[in-house]
Ligand binder design. Structure first.
Ligand SMILES: Nc1ncnc2c1ncn2[C@@H]1O[C@H](COP(=O)(O)OP(=O)(O)O)[C@@H](O)[C@H]1O
Ligand SMILES: [Mg+2]
Length: 506
């Protein structure tokens, strides 16, 4: 009795003191927002409050995501973009350095643009810009990517040739171009410089030769991804739903960086052309994942989007393994930082120094597992609680993992040719999981299936699929019930068993 009373007092006292001196998390009214106007991210670790993100009380809508490889950065981005699309109808453009988002974007019904697979982007396209301004942007990209800044004469020659190419194509360089008018390409610029070389009257032939050499890197046949007529309209990407710009298949970092810079320039221009938005939520989110070369350079338009994005409802997400690769102008200006597992002391030091969290928080961040996070938010107004709090886990959308079972091996040639016959059956992981469990399969067996299919781009022929089940010693009656349950007809089921018998010579 006495003991109970003392404990009561102590708990109350302690609770009060902790709240007065250092409340453990922002009060829930800062974490829990209107679900129709915010994005659910996860549950807070200490008080179990659902954290739904919105930027109305934040300095801006931009987000940086940091953490070691495998800590869950891309997982967070995918979850966030899916929900933003659902809640706000937000468009998303992913500048996908490593090609990590391709399958997810395909499964989500988005569009994938892969440059070395038949898509081209003419970096001289104007998207409504004046040739004069576009020329400046091209020169800016060359400044970032090459040493042209060290050679003023070469820089001047190049800029002059770019402008001349526009003039030769009938543009007035100081005027907004007519819509749909075709722009020259870098090849035209190179030709102009080559003509000058042939004339042989220019006073500094070595300068000319170097200027040509530099541009040729990006216009050589076979590597002219950005020096041909565009197959895509970059200007339309801000309103195209979910778009993945897969840069992974480009030959090297210079090409990836050139593509990313050009895309950011065009998106920035598009952003500025749009009227101010009074609509709730974000209109467009641009994601830079592992694009350190771009995120680290303050001359890139990632910085402009950070500065001006809010008024146009444009958000930028920058994800990186190394927080010091994110330019100061970006890192110190984002409204939200998601910290996942951090390994290196020096990164931890940097984060603690910039975001100013307690040593307690520092040790908690050191212990985070995959998908667990600490979140920093900078509020518009000064607040009396710590800016950084812990999430138990980022809660993702599971149904996105899709598996395909094909029945082609069971079909006769005439059936194969028949477009009316469905040959591929697509299932989401959760449905497959639950049907397998409902039909009494043990976890080891179905892990074997997913492992096998996982190594085949989540695709298997039905014969192979059933063979795995048979190999796991699962009875025929269980397999039949399962196949029926996921929607295969008895005819297909009968065929698959006789097919397997034939294959095994039985
Ligand atoms: N919050 C989470 N919940 C469940 N699985 C997660 C979570 N975060 C990451 N994962 C899984 O961990 C793996 C690595 O995540 P990923 O986002 O690719 O890491 P990163 O981009 O930081 O390298 C993936 O298989 C992903 O599905
Ligand atoms: Mg990643």
């Amino acid at each position: 009795m006495g003991l109970l009373r003392i404990q009561n007092i102590m708990t109350n006292e302690l609770a009060k003191r902790t709240f007065l001196s250092r409340p453990p998390e922002p009060p829930y009214e800062f974490l829990l927002n209107d679900p129709t106007d915010s994005i659910f991210v996860g549950i807070t670790k200490l008080l179990g409050v659902p954290f739904t993100w919105t930027f109305s009380a934040l300095t801006n809508p931009h987000i940086s995501v940091v953490g070691i490889t495998g800590s869950g950065k891309s997982f967070f981005v995918k979850t966030f973009l899916s929900r933003a699309s659902y809640v706000w109808n937000t468009n998303a453009i992913i500048i996908d350095w490593a090609g990590e988002y391709i399958s997810w974007v395909k499964q989500s019904g988005g569009k994938v643009i892969s440059f070395s697979k038949g898509d081209y982007m003419n970096i001289m396209d104007l998207s409504g810009m004046r040739p004069l301004d576009r020329t400046k942007q091209i020169m800016n990209s060359l400044d970032i990517l090459t040493d042209i800044g060290e050679y003023p004469e070469q820089r001047r020659l190049t800029a002059e040739a770019v402008e001349q190419a526009y003039v030769n194509f009938g543009f007035n360089i100081a005027e907004t171009p007519a819509e749909g008018k075709e722009a020259p390409t870098l090849k035209d610029v190179v030709s102009l410089l080559e003509e000058k070389q042939t004339e042989g009257t220019y006073a500094y032939p070595a300068e000319l030769e170097n200027a040509i050499y530099r541009l040729r890197q990006f216009s050589r046949p076979g590597e002219d991804y950005f020096a041909r007529k565009s197959t895509i309209d970059i200007g339309k990407l801000t309103t195209s739903g979910l778009v993945d710009l897969d840069l992974s298949s480009l030959p090297d970092e210079r090409f990836r960086a050139l593509a990313a810079l050009f895309i950011l320039q065009t998106l920035k221009e598009k952003m500025r052309m749009e009227s101010w938005s009074s609509k709730a939520g974000l209109r467009t989110i641009v994601t830079l994942d592992e694009a350190w070369k771009i995120a680290s350079d303050e001359r890139s338009d990632a910085v402009t989007i950070i500065r001006e994005g809010r008024k146009y409802s444009f958000g930028l997400i920058v994800a990186s393994q190394n927080p010091t690769d994110i330019n100061e102008a970006i890192f110190s200006n984002v409204g939200t930082t998601i910290m996942l597992r951090i390994k290196f002391e020096k990164f931890m030091q940097y984060l603690q120094g910039s975001l100013n969290f307690s040593d307690f928080m520092r040790s908690e961040i050191g212990k985070l597992g995959v998908g667990q996070a600490a979140v920093d938010m900078s509020f518009n107004t000064s607040v009396k609680f710590p800016n950084v709090f812990l999430l138990e886990r980022i809660v993702g959308e599971l149904p996105l993992e899709m598996y395909t079972i094909t029945i082609e091996s069971l079909l006769e040639p005439n059936e194969l040719a028949d477009k009316e016959i469905k040959k591929e059956f697509v299932f989401d992981r959760i449905t497959l999981d639950s049907k397998l469990v409902e039909n009494g399969l043990n976890p080891e067996s179905y892990m074997a299936i997913f492992k096998e299919m996982g190594s085949q781009e989540r695709k298997a022929d039905i014969g192979k699929f059933v063979e795995i089940l048979v190999g796991e010693n699962i009875g025929k009656d269980v397999i039949v019930a399962f196949l029926r349950d996921i929607g295969f007809s008895d005819m297909i089921i009968t065929r698959v068993f006789s097919h397997i018998q034939r294959e095994s010579g039985g």
